[in-house]
Design a binder for this molecule. Structure first.
Ligand code: NDP
Length: 419
C-alpha cells in the first residue's frame, strides 16, 4: 500500500501510470501532476472504473521548486516519479530532499538553455576533463549523493530501458554470467514503421539533441569521441531483421564505466532509417535543432521547440506504428577461466503495446521499467540510500518484474559480435 506522485503526463508517464494501475496492491494511490492538468484529468478519466488505484490529479510547474515542495507537502507521497523532462531533474530532487521523500527518474539532467553562461562554464570544463561533449552527464545529479545519503533517502536515476534495463542487464551479466566482463555493446533497434516521413518516438527535443550530438564510447579508461553518425554497423536483430545502426553517446556508458571498472570497452548503437537521417541532417543544417532563442516577428522563438510543435506528437504514433523493437546488451568476458559471449535482450511489439496501454513500444519500453523500478523501491527490494543508477542494485528482482509485467528477456550464448 503506497502513495506515489508522478510528475509528467506525456508518452512515457502515461504508460508508467497505466502499468502502476495494474498493480494496485502496491500502487494504492497515485497523484498525476503535470504542467498541463487537462492531460492528467483525461488519463484519470480513462482509467476510472478500470483500476483499484485511487487517482487524483494536480497542476505543477516542476521548474519551480516551491511549487513541487507545496505539492509534495500536500499529497505526502512515499515516492516521487519524475517522468517529466530531464530539465526538471534537479528541481524535483531538491523538492524531494526538502520534504524527505524518495526520488526516481528516467533520464539524467540536462539544461533547457544550453547557452546559459553559468552552465556553459561548467560544461566547457567538463568537456575538457572528461572528453565527451554531450549536453547531459551525471555530474549534476551525482553531486547530490551525500545529501541523499545523509537524509536516508534514495534517488534512483535513469530507470527506463536505456538507460535503465540495459544497466540491469549489465548487473545481471556481472552477477550471474561472468567472472570478468571485457566488452559491452548496447544495441537499441526500433524496427517499427509509423508511416510518416519523419517523426520522433519520444520527446522530439530530447531525442533530436541526443542523436545529432557527436558519438562517443568508453575504451581503456577514457572516452573516444567521434563525429555524429560516423560509425555505422549492420546487425541482424532477432524478430526484426537486418538494420543499419550508428554509434551514439549514451548516458549509461558514463555510469557503467564507473560501476564496472574492469570493462575495457562500452559502446552504444541505435538503428536509424535513411529517411530519418536525411531529415535530421537537413533540419540541423538550417538551424531547426537549435535551442538558442531567435527573434521572429517580434517574438522570441526557440527553433527546436517550434519544430516540436510541427512534428507528430509521439503519443499519437501508437495506433499507426507496426513492427518490433529489440533492445539489449552483448557481453564478452570470462567465466571459470574460459572466454564467453552472452546476449540478453527484449523484443517488444508496437501493436501489442498499443492494445494493452494505448501507446507505441518506445514509451512502453520506458514506462514499464519506470513502474518496475518504483515497485523495487516501494516493496523494499531496493533499499540503498544515496543517488544511484540501476546497475548498482540487485538485478534479479527487477528482471523478474520486467519478465512479469511485459518486457521478458531473451538470451543467446552464441551471438554475432559487433565488429
Ligand atoms: P513528453 O514530452 O511526451 O512528456 C513530458 C511531460 O512532462 C509532459 O506531460 C509535459 O507537460 C511534462 N512537463 C514538461 N515540463 C514540465 C514542467 N516544467 N513541469 C511539469 N511538467 C512538465 O516526454 P516523454 O514522455 O517522451 O519522455 C519523458 C521522459 O522520459 C524524458 O525525460 C525522456 O528523456 C525520458 N525517456 C527515457 C528513455 C529511457 O529509455 N530511459 C526513453 C525515452 C524517454 P506538457 O503536457 O505541459 O508538455
Amino acid at each position: 500500500m503506497s502513495k506515489v506522485l508522478v510528475i509528467g503526463c506525456g508518452g512515457v508517464a502515461s504508460v508508467a501510470i497505466r502499468k502502476c494501475c495494474q498493480v494496485s496492491e502496491v500502487f494504492s494511490e497515485l497523484c498525476i501532476a503535470s504542467r498541463t492538468k487537462s492531460k492528467c484529468d483525461e488519463l484519470a478519466a480513462d482509467l476510472e472504473g478500470k483500476t483499484e488505484t485511487k487517482i487524483t490529479t494536480a497542476q505543477v510547474d516542476a521548474d519551480d521548486v516551491d511549487q513541487v515542495i507545496a505539492l509534495i507537502k500536500e499529497y505526502q507521497p512515499d515516492l516521487v516519479m519524475n517522468i517529466a523532462l530531464p530539465y526538471q531533474d534537479l528541481t524535483i530532487m531538491d523538492a524531494c530532499l526538502a520534504c524527505g521523500v524518495n526520488y526516481m527518474d528516467t533520464a539524467n539532467y540536462e539544461p533547457e538553455d544550453t547557452e546559459d553562461p553559468e552552465w556553459r562554464e561548467i560544461y566547457n570544463k567538463r568537456c575538457e576533463e572528461k572528453g565527451f561533449s554531450a549536453y547531459f552527464d551525471y555530474s549534476w545529479q551525482w553531486a547530490y549523493r551525500e545529501k541523499f545519503e545523509k537524509a536516508g533517502l534514495t534517488a534512483l536515476l535513469g530507470c527506463g530501458f536505456d538507460p535503465g534495463v540495459t544497466q540491469a542487464y549489465c548487473a545481471h551479466a556481472k552477477k550471474n554470467e561472468f567472472d570478468t566482463i571485457d566488452t559491452i555493446d548496447i544495441l537499441d533497434c526500433n524496427g517499427g514503421d509509423h508511416g510518416y516521413a519523419f517523426a520522433t518516438n519520444f520527446n522530439p527535443e530530447v531525442n533530436l539533441r541526443e542523436v545529432s550530438a557527436p558519438g562517443s564510447y568508453w575504451e581503456d579508461g577514457h572516452w573516444v569521441e567521434i563525429p555524429a553518425m560516423s560509425i555505422k554497423r549492420e546487425y541482424d536483430f532477432d524478430c526484426v531483421g537486418q538494420k543499419d545502426m550508428y554509434l551514439l553517446h549514451h548516458e549509461e556508458i558514463e555510469s557503467l564505466a564507473e560501476n564496472i571498472p574492469e570493462v575495457k570497452r562500452i559502446r552504444f548503437f541505435m538503428t536509424f532509417g535513411q529517411s530519418y537521417l536525411t531529415h535530421m541532417n537537413c533540419l540541423e543544417n538550417v538551424g531547426m535543432l537549435s535551442t538558442t532563442p531567435i527573434e521572429f516577428e517580434g517574438q522570441q522563438i526557440v527553433p527546436i521547440k517550434f519544430l516540436k510543435a510541427l512534428l507528430p506528437d509521439p503519443a499519437s504514433l501508437g495506433p499507426r506504428t507496426h513492427g518490433k523493437t529489440n533492445i539489449g546488451c552483448i557481453f564478452t568476458g570470462k567465466k571459470d577461466g574460459k572466454e564467453k559471449t552472452y546476449y540478453i535482450y527484449n523484443v517488444c511489439d508496437h501493436q501489442e503495446c498499443y492494445k494493452e496501454v494505448a501507446s507505441q513500444a518506445i514509451s512502453y519500453t520506458t514506462g514499464v521499467p519506470a513502474m518496475c523500478g518504483a515497485l523495487m523501491l516501494l516493496t523494499g527490494k531496493w533499499t540503498k540510500t544515496g543517488v544511484h543508477t540501476v546497475e548498482e542494485f540487485d538485478p534479479d528482482p527487477f528482471l523478474a518484474a520486467l519478465d512479469q509485467y511485459g518486457l521478458p528477456r531473451s538470451e543467446s550464448y552464441d551471438p554475432v559480435i559487433v565488429e
